[in-house]
Design a protein around this ligand. Structure first.
Ligand code: ATP
Length: 299
């Protein structure tokens, strides 16, 4: 008996970052959109806890108890007094350390898969609580669609989306550490007044209407200057996508994946082709959103 859960990546269409709090975290206004790039986590009963991973980036994924999928299984097992004796297999398609919440996605997927395998009867609210303990982006991976995250990003309000948005993602040749990008944000913010992070009403309206031009005009990422400072070559990727007709180009979350919005699938394919030919990135993928959150696909 095994259970497989499919879980999407995310792009942040707005990432407003406040000043560092005394605890080191930052308050955020974080508008997440789940996109159709998926990992699948399969959980099977085993003698002990074991993690395996397959996919192009598998070599960069930790297979010990620091893996978010393993941490999710352990957290659920502890709460429901079970033994986390499971084999977690991650079929990984979401880029690693790419700013698309791949690790968080696997955490949410493993949690849902173990919950289904063990039949814990946990409520959605309980699962979301465990997700929030695992990391700021994990609750959104469970929920999917589009949502506004506040606090550290973990307090979620689902958002209405009135259409499908077509994206192109360019993956970089190396990763960027999220904590390093926040440290660089703090360094760049030194001596400046950082405003309170608030969600843009224009952006929420653009999502609700499903209007790609309005969304393109409203997207923003306060971490982009920090990501570009640590990874200056990303400016070339952004420029290549813009030159190919992207409605907007931005760094996804803490990067280094860059995201390009297209009006429809044909222009997305053209932008993807131009990015591939530009030699400014490692791989290019197209995906549309909103995509559903973590879902059991096989049990
Ligand atoms: P975010 O968008 O949430 O900031 P990210 O997409 O930039 O995250 P991840 O792919 O989640 O980054 O990986 C960040 C680090 O987390 C990796 O370098 C790896 O060491 C660790 N990690 C732990 N569990 C996983 C997992 N299941 N998949 C990938 N990385 C994981």
């Amino acid at each position: 008996m095994s259970v497989t859960v499919r879980v999407p990546a995310k792009v942040n269409v707005q990432l407003a970052v406040g000043a560092a709090r005394p605890d080191g975290f930052h308050d955020l206004a974080n508008v997440f959109l789940a996109v159709g790039l998926y990992d699948e986590v399969t959980v099977t009963p085993a003698d002990g806890l074991r993690v395996t991973c397959a996919g192009p980036d598998a070599g960069q994924v930790p297979l010990d108890r620091t893996n978010l999928a393993a941490r999710a299984a352990l957290a659920l097992a502890e709460r429901y007094d079970r033994s986390a004796a499971v084999h977690l297999h991650i079929a990984k398609d979401i880029p690693v350390a790419g700013g698309m919440a791949g690790g968080s996605a696997d955490g949410a997927a493993a949690l849902l898969a173990c919950d289904a395998l063990w039949g814990t009867g946990a409520s959605r609210a309980e699962l979301l609580e465990i997700c929030a303990e695992l990391g700021s982006d994990v609750p959104f991976s469970l929920v999917g669609g589009a949502a506004l995250g506040t606090g550290r990003g973990e307090k979620l309000r689902p958002l209405e989306v009135g259409g499908t948005f077509h994206w192109v993602f360019a993956m970089a040749g190396r990763g960027l550490s999220t904590p390093a990008v926040f440290r660089e944000f703090d360094r760049l913010a030194e001596g400046r007044d950082v405003p309170e992070p608030v969600a843009s009403q224009d952006l929420l309206d653009a999502l609700a209407k499903g209007d790609p031009d309005a969304l393109a005009a409203a997207v923003s990422n306060d971490l982009q200057p920090a990501a570009l400072s640590l990874f200056p070559e990303l400016a070339g990727t952004l420029a290549a996508g813009r030159a190919a007709g992207a409605l907007t180009a931005l760094v996804s979350g803490s990067g280094p994946t860059t995201a390009f919005l297209a009006r429809e699938t044909e222009s997305a394919a053209r932008i993807a082709e131009a990015l591939r030919a530009s030699g400014t990135c490692r791989t290019v993928r197209t995906a549309s959103g909103p995509a559903p959150g973590a879902t059991v696909v096989f049990a």
